[in-house]
Ligand binder design. Structure first.
Ligand SMILES: [Zn+2]
Length: 577
């Protein structure tokens, strides 16, 4: 009998909320809150916006409804919170609100790719199998990428979907990512569904076909696998917000206002993996999916200053929400301004990935809160797909609108790494840059007339006046820049043709898209003018890239001389380990 009451008590504590008055809290109460997992979910009233500003640096605020704050904390954060002497209510953890049995995939869910009905949460192994399976079944248009490995060794994966998925092309890169908060799982399944939808509709659905042919679409369904599978790899039951170190990854990024470590923690391995991934790619737009609210939350989160593209953000936000409203029952996706909000106007956060991507990677990333219920019952997953998939496609399409084009060298047409800056408009890093491989850039922007400057080191800056942009339309703006010094006699010019640069000594040389002799030569010259490496490249038609291994050379600056037989190209290389 006693045992039964104990079980009932534990069940009671685990599944019902209970209020604790600040004066009665002691170490034992605090310890008991962290028995099952390294984080608690709780709520308390707050009366001044100033308190949010202070509290957001102490705990991980999840939602603010009127004067009520909903938040998570690990043990350390919680002990700091207790110093505020505020009464609070411990809430049942969102990752445990459904029956565990309802979350374990059943044999009927085990269908081959193409026949999966996305009305369940896969096990971790199934997830891996699907990601590998997509790339195998559609290898021409789908490539599997590993972003990194979590603390507990789970894989952080993405697929790249594009025609010629293996090749970098003159196309904008677009990113969707979900569940950086591991217990916000609706977007996880929606992203798998989206991958399946895009791949299986290629060459049959014109919208999908156009998007895949013109865009490099990256989709990462699960950004925090240790959080999502905290309860074990069999199911998402017991999912946590935080990673395996009990740290909120979405408060762990460098912050434009607060600095490199806004939460006081070192960058987590998941954070570093993302930072590297962002560095190695060139995302023009992205969205990250969360749960616990229903709203399109656009930059900035960290400060009240509006984004340079605030009008564009409101426009794409309204498009998302209004489209959802046409496809969902009344009441869905209506938080804040009928489904759209400026991040700071809702509540301030520091260290979020959204602001990091916008500020440091010139990427337009938004936070989309997709379901009020974090752990959505499985029978709702198809409904939420139906509410959102048109908006998912519309938002990808926006990466093509505004103006876009390629920036090249007037002399040899080589693609250039260039800055594309809208005069009297861009600030806080809202400008965009070309991809140095192709010279391609895309600049989504609200309708209007703009003066746009193109600049690149070693070239004269060129400003194009009165560039006119309409809604849902693309203005093509290809630009050529003239080198500051150009010696026509020698036909010597400089171009960006090597990447990554700096590197550890392994470079990839991008051959110019020009007539080239069957054999052309590469020389590496050190800073005192000695040739330290030379080789002949057997060029064959269609080959555009050559790998160059000079990792035996010391760290430092070198000059690359590439003789195509028609022209000599010079570039600088830096070896840095
Ligand atoms: Zn979240």
């Amino acid at each position: 009998m006693k045992k039964i009451s104990l079980i009932i008590l534990i069940f009671f504590l685990a599944n019902l909320s209970y209020t604790i008055q600040a004066q009665y809290i002691n170490q034992n109460t605090t310890d008991s809150l962290f028995n099952d997992r390294g984080e608690v979910y709780f709520t308390f009233p707050v009366h001044k916006l100033y308190d949010i500003h202070t509290l957001t640096k102490v705990i991980s605020i999840d939602n603010v409804k009127g004067h009520q704050v909903f938040a998570y904390a690990n043990k350390l954060e919680f002990s700091e919170f207790l110093k505020f002497k505020t009464d609070f209510t411990i809430l049942p953890h969102p990752g445990t609100l459904l029956q565990e049995s309802s979350l374990i995939p059943v044999p009927g869910n085990h269908q081959p790719i193409n026949r999966i009905i996305w009305d369940f949460y896969p096990s971790y192994q199934q997830y891996l199998d699907y990601m590998v399976g997509f790339a195998a079944a559609y290898h021409d248009i789908c490539k599997l990428d590993t972003i990194g490995t979590s603390i507990q060794g789970r894989l952080i994966l993405a697929v790249k979907i594009s025609d010629y998925a293996e090749m970098p092309e003159a196309e904008p890169q677009f990113l969707y990512t979900s569940s950086i908060h591991g217990d916000e799982t609706t977007g996880y399944v929606l992203m798998l569904h989206l991958i399946d939808y895009l791949l299986s509709n290629y060459n049959t659905n014109p919208t999908v076909t156009n998007l895949i042919n013109s865009t490099e679409i990256f989709i990462n369904p699960l950004a925090n696998p240790d959080g999502t599978y905290h309860g074990g790899n069999a199911s998402v039951y017991g999912a946590t917000r935080y990673n395996a170190n009990n740290i909120d990854i979405n408060r762990n990024f460098p912050d434009p206002k607060v600095g490199q470590h806004p939460d006081g923690n070192q960058w987590q391995v998941e954070t570093e993996a993302w930072m590297n991934y962002a560095e190695n790619n060139h995302f023009t737009m992205s969205a990250n999916f969360h749960g616990g609210a229903e709203v399109f939350n656009y930059p900035w989160d960290t400060w009240s200053k509006l984004a340079a593209d605030d009008d564009w953000w409101q426009f794409v936000g309204r498009e998302w929400a209004d489209t959802v409203h046409q496809n969902a029952p009344a009441g869905y996706f209506t938080d804040m301004e009928n489904g759209v909000t400026n991040g700071y106007a809702w509540y301030e956060i520091n260290g979020g990935r959204q602001d990091y991507m916008n500020y440091w990677h010139n990427c337009r990333e938004v936070t989309v809160e997709i379901s009020n219920i974090k752990l959505l019952p499985t029978n709702q997953l198809i409904n939420f797909w139906n509410y959102n998939y048109t908006s998912l496609l519309n938002y990808i399409r926006q990466v093509h609108y505004g103006f876009s084009g390629v920036v090249t060298d007037t002399v040899n047409d080589a693609p250039l790494a260039a800055k594309v800056f809208i005069q009297s408009h861009d600030f806080d890093n809202s400008e965009v840059y070309t991809r140095s491989l192709s010279g391609f850039y895309a600049r989504p922007v609200f309708e209007g007339v703009y003066d746009v400057s193109f600049s690149s080191p070693g070239y004269f800056t060129k400003t194009i006046r009165n560039v006119s942009v309409s809604k849902w339309a693309t203005t093509i703006l290809d630009v050529q820049l003239r080198p500051l010094t150009y010696d026509a006699q020698d036909k010597v010019t400089s171009t960006t043709m090597v990447f990554p640069n700096p590197s550890d000594g392994h470079f990839r040389l991008v051959l110019p898209d020009k007539p080239i002799n069957p054999s052309c030569s590469v020389q590496i010259i050190n800073t005192v003018g000695s040739i330290v490496y030379s080789s002949v490249i057997d060029y064959f038609h269609g080959m555009i890239q050559v790998d160059l291994d000079i990792s035996h050379l010391q760290n430092g600056l070198y000059f690359l001389k590439f003789n195509s037989g028609y022209r000599i190209y010079l570039d600088k290389l830096i070896i840095s380990r």
